[in-house]
Design a protein around this ligand. Structure first.
Ligand SMILES: Cc1cc2nc3c(=O)[nH]c(=O)nc-3n(C[C@H](O)[C@H](O)[C@H](O)COP(=O)(O)OP(=O)(O)OC[C@H]3O[C@@H](n4cnc5c(N)ncnc54)[C@H](O)[C@@H]3O)c2cc1C
Length: 425
């Protein structure tokens, strides 16, 4: 294991070259070994940018699946506007950039030794570890909804077969049927996601002879991201088809019977034709198992670097983190990963890490040509927590001309092209 001080000594010559504006190559020094676990938006970006910022580092990305299916834009699979293939990305782009890609599952991670062991029998030891396993579900937090129940009552909160299962159920639903979405409590992946999903499902129902159906969101919360814009957009596009029931009005679900699909909420009982449950969440299981989570189930990090507060030289990025005001989003994950990559590279090269600025913009598409957005700029507040910069960023205006909604839909699609190219291209 190479410690920071040793790195600085070894890379002194390289740092001097960098100061002169010459390529930062630490020739002769042992290459730093960086192992990234998880090839989602966070891990793939961390792998790519660590190689870019520290070209001599040996970067290995370990991901359990051959290809990544992106959750962003997976709600559009439900409306039939996209197929899963358009959301699927391989790792050849990262390999071309010099990242060593290993398709395998990490079963054990020792943060102190910086060692990982895989299902395929490999043991890798690193100088720097980046952990990006995404989220896990809190099964049975809603009594009755466990992993087995999700095989017939999809969550579709990890894109792929679950998305297709929900899609098939929506296609088979009768006109006049009831579709219930159970929204999760905060914090969770993609705060506006359940509400965008309701709109995309309503789009499908409206255009496929099921216009008498209802989409009901049962929510333990009393508000949600971009609420006034969603209420306006649902009404504009789908009349009264989408209804949102907040916690204060009986929206909190108390139990689910997976056999009969009966949903018991505080005041009422529902028997939907199609049921979609987005369960309460926590950091990915590997993070929990390796002691990187806190009592709330998320990974605490140093806001300047995304280094774990639990282990030096171990960085956690993406949805698994407890990142103050930052939303759990692909865009956030991408910025966090770049900050972690810059911090690792600075440590390798012995340079001063840059002071980070974080951003996130989140577009939601309520119809193919109807988009809304929220943009946030974050900084590190006086209490050492990531906070939103007051007055920076903002929301799409309410009651905007339809041309603006159309343009925002285009911006959203173009953001998606850019971020997936930045991450996997
Ligand atoms: C319906 C929906 C819509 C969304 N829309 C948007 C949007 O429009 N904009 C936006 O910014 N965000 C959006 N998001 C949020 C976005 O998907 C997440 O914030 C993002 O995927 C987080 O990236 P991540 O890398 O932390 O986790 P993930 O994307 O989940 O990646 C984690 C990776 O780690 C791998 N992994 C886990 N454990 C192991 C292990 N032990 N060994 C090897 N590999 C492992 C997994 O296979 C996975 O590939 C949406 C989410 C949903 C559900």
């Amino acid at each position: 294991m190479i410690e920071r001080r040793e790195f600085i000594q070894r890379a002194g010559a390289a740092a001097a070259l960098a100061a002169l504006g010459l390529p930062r190559r630490s020739r002769g020094a042992a290459a730093a070994r960086v192992v990234v676990v998880g090839g989602g938006f966070a891990g793939a970006t961390a792998a790519r940018y660590t190689r870019e910022y520290a070209p001599d580092a040996e970067v290995t990305l370990i991901e359990k699946d051959e290809a990544y299916v992106s959750c962003p834009f997976s709600n559009e699979v439900l409306s039939g506007e996209r197929d899963i293939a358009s959301l699927t990305f391989g790792y050849a782009g990262l390999a071309r950039r010099g990242v060593h890609v290993v398709i395998d599952e990490v079963l054990d991670l020792d943060p102190a030794a910086k060692t990982v062991k895989t299902r395929g029998g490999k043991t890798l030891t690193a100088d720097f570890l980046v952990v990006a396993p995404g989220i896990a579900f809190r099964w049975n937090a809603i009594p009755g909804y466990d992993e087995a129940a999700s095989e017939t009552i999809p969550h579709a909160w990890k894109a792929g077969p679950q998305t297709l299962l929900l899609r098939r159920q929506i296609e088979a639903m009768r006109d006049g049927g009831l579709l219930v979405i159970v929204a999760p409590p905060t914090p969770y992946r993609c705060p506006p996601g359940p509400y965008e999903r309701a709109a995309q499902i309503a789009h499908y129902l409206t255009h496929h002879g099921k216009g008498k159906s209802k989409v009901l969101i049962l929510d333990p919360k009393d508000s949600f991201s971009k609420r006034p814009l969603f209420l306006e957009g649902w009404k504009h596009n789908y009349g009264d088809m989408v209804e949102w029931r907040p916690g204060a009005e009986g929206g909190k679900v108390e139990s689910i019977d997976p056999k009969t699909r009966v949903v018991r909420a505080e005041f009422d009982e529902y028997r939907p034709d199609v049921l979609n449950v987005v369960p309460p969440q926590k950091a990915g299981l590997l993070a929990e198992k390796s002691g990187l989570t806190d009592e709330r189930g998320w990974c605490p990090i140093v806001p300047e670097s995304f280094e774990s507060t639990r282990a030096r030289g171990v960085y956690v990025v993406g949805d698994a983190t407890s990142a103050g005001a930052m939303a759990k989003a692909a865009y956030s994950s991408n910025t966090q990963a770049k900050v972690a990559a810059a911090h690792i590279a600075s440590t390798i090269l012995g340079t001063r890490p840059p002071r980070p600025a974080y951003t996130n913009t989140c577009w939601s598409l309520l119809a193919p040509d109807y988009g809304i957005s929220a943009a946030s700029i974050y900084t590190i507040g006086p209490e050492g927590r990531i906070i939103e910069v007051p007055g920076a960023g903002g929301y799409s205006p309410e009651n905007a001309p339809i041309e603006q909604r159309r343009r925002e839909a285009e911006y959203g699609k173009s953001w998606y092209e850019n971020i997936t190219r930045d991450t996997y291209g």
